[in-house]
Write a protein that binds this ligand. Structure first.
Ligand code: FES
Length: 343
């Protein structure tokens, strides 16, 4: 990583001001941010100042950007010296930023660095013809096509010392060059060509709606196969376990009552008990009548009859039953009425 210092005073211009066109552009950038957040436009403004100054950022440009944004000069200097995208010294017509981070390093960046040392000398110096300067930088985000270098605004990938040398020759001569991979890779596909998504029908539109057709075909085949299997299964079951026809299936069937006169007769019992006959004949007495309290004369008659028979009447009463006589209460009377021994 190179030192990030400002160019010597002898190389610094005495002043810097945005051109009217760039000043208008800078105003548009600043207006993107809310009031009080204008400092957020510092990187685009530094970038534009570098572009206007021939590819590098002098101290006066850094101060002009700070003044434009109302920032302390040191704050903008911190930004400019942090990012290697800002060149702090004069650069050649083609500024080469060579990635030296691990993926590029392990894929051959050291050989490229040796080549640049040999051809251009130490980094940070413009070549004698003014065409080139170079700098080793950290990862530029194209590791998949390592090793790589950024030359001005473009990336050149899959480099070897030979390919880099030819590229520099072509640039210096003004010949057209190919940006991106220098070995024919498209984007970051595998070396040797793509090995996935190689079916041309994926890209010619012929697969539009194919998924629907596939599902519909599968569904209809499944339905057909299911119907055949079900029919075969029914036939097989009928052959193995035939069922008798049931013409009455589903119709209401009368069931014999369990306590009918005809059954009792057949069993040798009285078809209809006498009491049941009387009950059935008595169509006048309702349940309410049956539960109605008996008249007092009827109770008296029933009790008298019960007393004669030695039983109690079970007719319902309106009065509470008489209380039993306490034990021993009539002993005197009994003794009086009992026959005297010896009489
Ligand atoms: S390591 Fe070189 S581009 Fe990422």
């Amino acid at each position: 990583m190179a030192n990030r210092r400002l160019a010597p005073a002898a190389e610094q211009p005495q002043s810097f001001a945005f051109s009217s066109e760039n000043a208008e552009w800078a105003k548009g950038q600043i207006d993107k941010y809310p009031e009080g957040r204008q400092a957020s436009a510092v990187i685009p403004l530094l970038w534009k100042a570098q572009e206007q100054n021939g590819g590098w950022l002098p101290q006066k440009a850094i101060e002009a950007v700070a003044d434009e944004l109302g920032m302390p000069h040191i704050r903008v200097l911190e930004v400019a010296t942090f990012y290697t995208m800002f060149a702090l010294e004069p650069v050649g017509r083609f500024w080469i930023q060579l990635c030296g981070t691990v993926p590029c390093d392990s894929c051959g960046a050291r050989e490229l660095k040796d080549y640049l040392h040999a051809r251009l000398g130490a980094p940070g110096h413009v070549s004698a013809d003014g065409n080139f300067s170079w700098l080793e930088v950290e990862c530029l985000g194209a590791c998949c096509n390592a090793p790589m270098a950024q030359i001005n605004q473009d990336y050149y990938e899959d480099l070897t010392p030979e390919l880099l040398g030819k590229l520099m020759d072509d640039l210096a001569a003004g010949r057209p060059v190919k940006v991106g991979s220098q070995i024919g890779r498209t984007s970051s596909e595998p070396k040797g060509g793509p090995d996935t998504l190689t079916d041309a029908s994926l890209f010619d539109g012929s697969r539009v709606g194919a998924w629907r057709k596939r599902f519909e075909t599968a569904d209809s085949k499944q339905d057909e196969a299911g119907g055949k299997a079900e029919a075969a299964s029914s036939e097989q079951r009928a052959a193995v376990d035939p069922k008798p026809a049931r013409p009455d299936a589903g119709r209401a069937v009368g069931t014999a009552t369990t306590d009918a006169p005809a059954q009792r007769n057949a069993a040798g019992e009285t078809p209809v008990p006498a009491g049941a006959k009387a009950d059935a004949a008595d169509t006048t007495e309702s349940t309410a009548q049956r539960n109605k309290p008996a008249a007092p004369e009827a109770i008296a008659k029933a009790e008298a009859a019960g007393a004669e028979a030695g039983t109690q009447s079970d007719l319902p009463r309106n009065e509470p039953p008489p209380q039993p006589v306490a034990s021993g209460a009539n002993d005197d009377a009994a003794a009086t009425s009992a026959p005297q021994k010896g009489n």
